[in-house]
Write a protein that binds this ligand. Structure first.
Ligand code: NAD
Length: 301
């Protein structure tokens, strides 16, 4: 049984899932949240539910999910991270908050220990500025449910050392992830860039009367939903006509796509949601998302 210590700072929606993932793979996990006792209690409750799911779905690999509470260590202060061999920061998406956390970590953690940020959109190169040992900082972008998804982007900032990236990739494989290395630190990394381009066009079609919300969603789900968990856009192009065919079709359509750098009006003053939800309905969607993640988990190569 591995007993290496991993630090996780922030126990919100993502942090608690990240902690769960390390715990279920046998690591000792030192956690810190500024929410105090209620934050730790909420995280324990989430991880207990995730452990039950993990035991039900992950089969023989799931043994370590049973004794996770013994390896879940609530930090009394920053000194608790001194013995950790790798740290993941997953606090609120604000530069000042993240810098505050890095200041505290740098004062206690050995310079050789990599520190990974789970930021969704802050440039890693920016986070590295004014750090004492910038080479150890990298991006590690997770997706929910973090204990069940294979997705993990590892982002190289301008100053990130190869050793930090290699350590992150090695850890990722031990967590059953399929790590994707992002070699250039672009906003949104890979997956959010693809997503934002698609969300912008979906909203544009809605605003220009092409179809309503429900119809656009249904078309997307029945077409892109069919192949998106099987292959990526390049393979899809290859097996459905090839780049030449797509080039001919795209030439006519590209000039009509929305490429405005401004937010579309609908998102400038965003509605609370696009659909109306009955009580419990959002939770049901989340449950289905977990079921979907587990069905893909079982099919992993
Ligand atoms: N929500 C998503 O789907 C998603 C996906 C990928 C990455 N991310 C990124 O993950 C990070 C966390 O997002 P979230 O959705 O879990 O946020 P959240 O608001 O749910 O949780 C934030 C956590 O940070 C803690 N925190 C804030 N300041 C702190 C401090 N100074 N010291 C210690 N803990 C502190 C809070 O107590 C809380 O536990 C963000 O950078 C976000 O962009 C989010």
């Amino acid at each position: 049984m591995q007993q290496e210590s991993i630090g996780v700072v922030g126990l919100g929606l993502l942090g608690r899932g990240i902690a769960a993932c390390f715990l279920f793979h046998g690591f000792r996990v030192v956690v810190l949240t500024k929410d105090g006792a209620p934050g730790y209690a909420a995280a324990r409750q989430y991880i207990a539910k995730a452990a039950a799911e993990y035991l039900a779905h992950a089969g023989v690999d799931a043994e370590a999910a049973k004794d996770w509470p013994e390896r879940f260590v609530e930090a009394a202060g920053w000194e608790a991270f001194a013995g950790c061999g790798f740290i993941v920061e997953s606090v609120t998406e604000e530069l000042a908050t993240k810098q505050e956390v890095f200041d505290a970590l740098e004062s206690v953690v050995d310079p050789a220990v990599p520190i990974a940020s789970n930021t969704s959109a802050l440039p890693i190169s920016l986070l590295q500025q004014s750090r004492r040992h910038p080479g150890r900082f990298l991006g590690m972008h997770w997706a929910e449910p973090a204990h069940a998804t294979r997705f993990l982007e590892l982002i190289r900032g301008a100053a990130t050392a190869d050793a930090a990236l290699e350590r992150a990739a090695e850890l990722a494989r031990r967590l059953d992830k399929d790590p994707c290395l992002v070699q250039r630190d672009v906003p949104g990394f890979i997956v959010n860039r693809l997503g934002y381009a698609m969300y912008r066009e979906a909203v544009h079609m809605l605003e220009t009367g092409v179809a309503d919300v429900e119809t656009i969603d249904r078309a997307f789900r029945n077409a892109c939903g069919l192949w998106a968990s099987l292959c990526g856009p390049f393979r899809w192009i290859d097996i459905t006509g090839g780049p030449g065919l797509y080039a001919r079709a795209m030439r006519g359509v590209l000039p009509t796509l929305n490429n405005s750098p401004e937010l579309p009006p609908t998102l400038e003053n965003p509605p609370e949601s696009f659909y109306r939800y009955a009580p419990g309905e959002v939770e049901r969607w989340h449950e289905q998302l977990h079921e979907q993640a587990w069905s893909l988990f079982r099919k992993r190569p």
